[in-house]
Design a protein around this ligand. Sequence first.
Ligand code: ADP
Length: 399
Amino acid sequence: MSTGTKTIEQLTRELGKLRMQLEEANDTIHAIRTGQVDAFIVQGENGVQLYTLNSADHPYRVFIESMQEGAITLNDSGVVLYCNSRFAEKVGHPLETVIGMDFNTFLQSEEKPAFEKILKGDWGTKVRHELQLKNVSGELIPFLLSVSSMEMNEASFLNIILTDLSYIKESQRQLQLKDEFIGIASHELKTPLTSLKGYLQLMRSYKKDELPPIIRQFIAKANESGNKLNTLVEDLLDVSKINAGKLDFKVERVSIAALLGAVVENARLIYPDFIFSCSSEDSLVISGNPERLEQVLMNLISNSVKYNRANLNIDITAIKQGDAARISVSDHGIGLTDNQKELIFERFYRVEDKNYQASGLGIGLYISSEIIKAHGGNIGVESTFGVGSTFYFTLPLAG
Ligand code: ADP
């Protein structure tokens, strides 16, 4: 037997020793990961060495201290064991007094049972919960709580990250106030506008033959402006109906070819300078509201007119696509960038372009998309900036 060869017993002993070392290393790694040790000792070639974890967790402590969110750790009775200065700042208590406080101090009585559930709940799960906390002056601050549990030395703890929702809540409130204002204003505008249009009509027909032509022309212009104003007010009323979830309409069987025919005829009258082409596959029938769908098409057509350039062709087509009808309006206008394409269906969004200052409120496409969604369809746009756009929508075919 050569000196390099080992017996089975020697190898088994060596294997056992290596296995033990591996287990120790695994235990150490687990202890470090779960935060059970601050330091550990390693027997090295140059004797015993002490490693501390200070350097490792220092950046995390700084990170937690400096972040915008509040961070706290509670024990299973709800006592604050740790809190970062941001949380202390939010609730208006000095940091050193928050530690040791009962978390219930910050809760209103009606919120306590919900929090108690989280505290006593399944420690293994993560919870997201919205609640209001009382600051030192008794003011309520809305927070989003992101809760996770932790077990250490056979005790349970809750780690909570608290995001202040005041800013978001305030923006939501402002938006709601704006919506309410739009609802009231459009309602109030509607009545005098209707009577204005009525009187214009009376003027046009009263002693018709005696009216000087120039006055008839003035009345026609006033009527035109009245109609534009009426469309704007109707759009605003639609926005408030959508906000209130009340965009109701009656549904009937609609022939797409007939719908497009009527819309294009109307468009040719309103926009005589433009060249409209219209094609529709036969016998496409959907279930929908013809007035609302006409409104969508007229909106897309008026946009094609508004955002057009030298090429005055506008093509309206309808084809069958699977179980749906796909209707599109194509122009050769200013087009849209990828970024703009994502935003144009949002309420009040308008592209800011000094070169093309067309009037509008930025709600036409929003209303159109809500109408199409309410019909169970989809709306979208394909466009190349500077070349043109195709706005399309799909509607499920009637069975
Ligand atoms: P409005 O036309 O009143 O601004 P819309 O909601 O109808 O509101 O359209 C939103 C924006 O989308 C418009 O401001 C315009 O910038 C862009 N847009 C709509 N249609 C077209 C089109 N055919 N070509 C280019 N841009 C368009």
